[in-house]
Design a protein around this ligand. Structure first.
Ligand code: HEC
Length: 191
């Protein structure tokens, strides 16, 4: 089903949550029929109703103030916040809502360029883990917590592995769907 920024998609989450509270068999049946239209092999499908209709001001509060989400510890918006993750000041211009939602729910699905973590084991038995900053056919530059920026020759590498995104998995459990919808609204308003 195609989703657009229309009134129906803005109200989708509210309708589903209201229907879930009702005891009427007819409403229950309709809700079950609706849920069964969702694709089971799309891990984002339970969150489709969070794409539109959030409250930007509430999303901003979650971003800056929610101690369990800690977005601001790693991301900067208009000069405030950390730099472990990408600056999100213009994320609403750079990325569509679907990408923003996916980044929150499934941080390992697509890693933002310049933020991929790698672990390299060298032929001399040293191992370094850090963020891949650049790569050429002959060498890698990684930013490691212990040694800062390091240039490593590919000919010295024994093995190389991607690590998980530093952004924590499980935001979908920590935050309610209303919270997620508010965050998506706030971030996609950042132009
Ligand atoms: C522990 C640090 C950390 C926390 C906490 C964190 N993030 Fe992230 N986030 C990252 C890193 C690192 C990346 C880049 C790697 C990736 O794409 O997964 C990222 C990527 C993103 C992106 C994609 C940015 C782009 O340009 O592609 C979005 C959007 C995002 N985070 C939103 C959030 C929100 C909203 C929260 C709070 C609910 C949050 N993050 C909490 C570290 C964090």
């Amino acid at each position: 089903m195609e989703r657009t920024d229309c009134v129906a998609s803005q109200l989708e989450l509210d309708l589903i949550e209201a229907a879930a509270k009702r005891t009427s068999p007819l409403v229950k049946e309709k809700l079950a029929a609706y849920q069964s239209t969702k694709s089971s092999d799309d891990p984002l499908s339970p969150y489709r109703e969070t794409l539109y209709g959030g409250h930007s001001a509430d999303g901003k509060k979650i971003f800056f103030d929610r101690p369990d989400a800690q977005c601001v510890r790693c991301h900067r918006i208009k000069g405030i916040g950390g730099d472990v993750g990408p600056d999100l000041t213009h994320i609403g211009t750079e990325k569509p809502r679907e990408y923003i939602l996916e980044s929150i729910i499934l941080p390992n699905k697509q890693i933002a360029p310049g933020f991929e973590s790698v672990t390299v084991s060298l032929k001399n038995d040293e191992t370094y883990a850090g963020v891949l900053k650049s790569e050429t056919p002959d060498q890698l530059v990684i930013n490691t917590p212990q040694n800062g920026l390091m240039t490593i020759k590919k000919s010295d590498i024994q093995a190389r592995a991607k690590s998980l995104s530093p952004m924590p998995e499980g935001m979908g459990q920590i935050l309610s769907k209303q919270d997620i919808r508010n965050l998506v609204e706030y971030l996609s308003d950042l132009k």
